[in-house]
Design a protein around this ligand. Structure first.
Ligand code: G3H
Ligand code: 13P
Ligand code: ZN
Length: 308
């Protein structure tokens, strides 16, 4: 099965009141864990790689690996560039075989964000590739860009942005952030902003970044076996499910997969001090990723049986 863009996936997700999971990967075990889970749940999926993941694994290696494993599993799969920093990186991914790209001009001046997004949309659409852009700023770090405060997406500006760029989906800022430390106090998302955007752009797919739930049980395993992660807090699962029943069609999760893989490998190595075959502990990490993704499909995304 060849890689597909996100157009049909998002249309079905919007109409069905669910979201497609977008999972970050940078190696074979992570990819296999995600794809095995999607196969088991018969769920479509977006596999995504950031610029730094591409530097780590190699762009052609990623494309070939994702093509091969999605063919083996028969899962509807898009390969997406996460947080593309400029036109050149987006073009490189499109030319290499990615079927979807994000151009993240959220840190730029508004008109500059529009200009670079339009440039990517023009090139991507000629190649049947979908484009996601971002408006508003998530607190935390996105690749090389760091912000201490949220800059919530402004609904009227979102309408103007979508109309002027021709982008296929839009990542918005409603209070989520990247990484394991999302909220100091109580978790709060601006569903009023999401609702207003949904009303002003009916049928248009919205993307939620920074959507890991950060399971305290997984943090506990990390810390029990030598980790030192304090004060971690993610987005409550009921909020994510609510977002995916609304206009949100793509939910980005990376941190939860990293934590699950790390916790399971820490535990395995601590309990098996004589083991040094990487397949043993990487295999455990792969199983942990599979388990997390199954839970996401069931409890967060609602995307079971979304595969053709
Ligand atoms: O949004 C950021 C993603 O979690 C990717 O992170 O740049 O460390 O690969 P990364
Ligand atoms: P998390 O850090 O919450 O997993 O978010 C990942 C993300 O948004 C990737 O673009
Ligand atoms: Zn992100």
């Amino acid at each position: 099965m060849t890689l597909i863009n996100t157009k049909e996936m998002f249309k079905k997700a919007y109409e069905g009141g669910y979201s497609i999971g977008a999972f970050n990967i940078s190696d074979m075990e992570q990819l296999q864990g995600v794809m095995e889970a999607c196969k088991e749940k018969n769920s479509a999926v977006i596999i995504q790689a950031s610029k730094s993941a591409i530097s780590y694994a190699g762009v052609n290696t990623l494309v070939e690996m994702v093509k091969t494993i999605s063919e083996q599993t028969g899962v509807d799969c898009a390969l997406h560039l996460d947080h593309g920093p400029n036109f050149e990186v987006a073009k490189m991914c499109i030319d290499a075989g990615f079927t979807s790209v994000m151009i993240d001009g959220s840190h730029l001046d508004y008109e500059e964000n529009i200009a670079v997004t339009k440039e990517v949309v023009e090139y991507a659409h000629k190649n049947n590739v979908s484009v996601e852009a971002e408006l508003g700023v998530l607190a935390g770090t996105e690749d090389d860009v760091t912000s201490d405060v949220h800059k919530y997406t402004e609904p009227d500006q979102a309408v103007d942005f979508v109309n002027r760029t021709g982008v296929d989906s839009l990542a918005i800022a409603i209070g989520t952030s990247h990484g394991a430390f999302k909220f100091k106090g109580e978790a709060k998302l601006r569903f009023d902003i999401l609702e207003e955007i949904q009303n002003k752009l009916p049928g248009f797919p919205i993307v939620l970044h920074g959507a890991s739930a950060v399971d305290p049980a997984v943090i506990e395993v990390c810390n029990q076996y030598g980790g030192d992660i304090a004060g971690a807090k993610g987005v409550p699962v009921d909020m994510l499910r609510k977002a995916s029943s609304m206009a949100v069609c793509k939910i980005n999760m990376d941190t939860d997969l990293r934590l699950a893989m790390t916790a399971s490998i820490r535990k395995f190595l601590a309990e098996n001090p004589r083991e040094f075959d990487p397949r043993k502990y990487l295999g455990v990490g792969r199983d942990a990723i599979k388990e997390v993704v199954i839970t996401k499909i069931e409890n967060v995304l609602g995307s079971e049986d979304s595969n053709k």
